[in-house]
Write a protein that binds this ligand. Structure first.
Ligand SMILES: [Ca+2]
Length: 475
């Protein structure tokens, strides 16, 4: 084989830049007040996907899905965070297993601002070869193909402030989504979110500079995405459009058209399939994703998502998005949206403010829905005419076709996958999961605890669980 052929067949380096809780609030997505020059540059040099979604609205469930290429509900990785972890089922492997077999060295590096976060719900497997920056430098120097997950903490809460001297978003000028009241607390919180997104962007800039210094940028395929939607009251942990809507940018010099925008639906479950394809590895039959790069690919019709227990907050919700409509199925409509968790009470100042405004009767009906005693069993939103998801149109006769179509699509998906969330985790698992979420804070008692525990006990009893009692459900 000649050197030139070798050069032509050189495997690309592949990088996943994962912004933790990074919603689509980027300059290149047209978000007012966002300042993200490095991510905008990536989009200008690559493809920006304007309808990309995670499969879960929370870290560990989403990350377990996109590292394996299988829905978290298929592999029992849907509870955030699973305490009694199990190995992955036979035939399911982290995508890095296949990359390694093809000669890649796989890093989840700590350095250049990346924190090496994994957060998977399966029992320990060696997903990455190393987190060591020097080892990654050596891999590049040796000319070996690199797979890198570049995990950026921002904009996850607590929001990281901008370094001194940098100009952040002006709370007076930000434009809040309509689900949030025009209130100083909400404005300040939103501006701080945009600043944390800017910190994420700075770290992306550091990585891009490093690639250029090492002269490997041209042979590197970059996927940039958030692991779930933005970290706000109505969003993260919920299957609202904005709970699972994420930015997705793909840069691959010579392979994708610079500056293009693709509005076709993409799910994060597709990224591992595309990653293997780029490395010239046949995607595994156990993987749920499909290829999406290039005009010849067949676009997906639906993007599915699942939300189960989040920390100590019990719930089960499923959704399907077709790019225009978001259909949501609540399996526990008796549980309200406002059921709290320590994480939210401690880190979402807007939640406390919303409660005050609710008590004062100062929220609009759409904003006030958060404090209803129950949730609807089904929700349907028309993003084309109602991008803020203010109005649930599940019963509107003019949207009957969409309701039926999405309801059916969701049922088919749950059957085909199949959805392991149909089986509740044991009360012991729930309690240990809740205890883990509350670790070190024994005095914190969520204000819906008793109600939720009763609901869980009832649900477990209905499924003939033995030895269920309120005593064991207590924190
Ligand atoms: Ca996250």
């Amino acid at each position: 084989m000649t050197v030139s052929v070798l050069a032509q067949t050189k495997q690309p380096n592949i990088i996943w830049i994962v912004g933790d809780d990074l919603g689509a609030e980027l300059g290149c997505y047209g978000s007012p007040g966002a300042h993200t020059p490095n991510m905008d540059r990536l989009a200008a040099e690559g493809i920006r996907y304007s309808n990309a979604f995670s499969t879960a609205p929370v870290c560990s469930a989403s990350r377990s899905a996109f590292i394996t290429g299988t829905y978290q509900t298929r592999i029992g990785n849907h509870e955030h965070r699973t305490i009694m972890m199990k190995p992955l089922p036979a035939g399911v492997e982290p995508v890095t297993t296949y990359l390694r077999q093809a000669g890649y060295v796989c890093f989840d590096v700590i350095g250049l601002g990346a924190n090496g976060k994994e957060d998977f719900n399966f029992s320990p497997a060696k997903v990455f070869d190393s987190k060591d920056f020097a080892a990654m430098e050596k891999t590049v120097a040796d000319g070996k193909p690199l797979f890198l997950q570049f995990a950026i903490h921002e904009p996850h809460r607590d929001f990281t402030p901008l370094p001194q001297g940098m100009v952040g978003a002006d709370p007076a000028k930000v434009i809040l989504p309509p689900k949030y009241p025009d209130d100083p607390v909400a404005r300040k919180d939103w501006a701080e979110y945009l600043d944390a997104v800017q910190v994420c962007d700075m770290k992306v800039g550091r990585l891009l500079a490093w690639l250029e210094e090492r002269q490997i940028a041209d042979n590197t395929l970059i996927f940039l995405f958030g692991d779930n939607g933005r970290p706000h009251v109505w969003d993260k942990q919920w299957l609202s459009d904005s709970g699972v809507r994420i930015p997705l940018i793909v840069r691959w010099p010579g392979h994708v058209s610079p500056g293009s925008v693709d509005s076709r639906l993409v799910s994060l479950i597709d990224v591992p399939a595309e990653t293997l394809a780029a490395a010239r590895i046949q995607p595994m039959p156990t993987m749920d994703g499909r290829l999406f790069l290039g005009p010849a690919t067949i676009p997906r019709e639906f993007a599915f998502a699942a939300r189960d227990r989040c920390g100590e907050t019990f719930d089960r919700v499923r959704s399907v998005h077709d790019g225009r409509y978001n259909y949501v199925r609540n399996y526990y409509p008796e549980l309200p949206y406002w059921q709290t968790s320590r994480y939210k009470v401690r880190q979402y100042p807007v939640l406390a403010r919303l409660k005050e405004l609710h008590a004062l009767g100062k929220l609009t009906p759409a904003q006030d829905r958060y404090f209803a005693d129950t949730k609807p069993a089904e929700e349907l939103y028309d993003l084309q005419n109602d991008p803020g998801e203010l109005q649930n149109i599940i019963d509107h006769p003019q949207h009957t076709e969409a309701r039926q179509r999405l309801r059916q699509a969701l049922a088919q998906w749950q059957q085909a996958v199949p959805d392991m969330g149909a089986e509740l985790e044991s009360l012991e698992e729930y309690n240990r999961g809740a205890a883990g979420a509350l670790k070190g804070d024994d005095k914190f008692v969520p204000d819906t605890w008793d109600r939720r525990s009763e609901s869980i006990v009832d649900a477990l009893k209905a499924r003939n669980f033995k030895s269920v009692s309120m005593a064991t459900a207590a924190p």
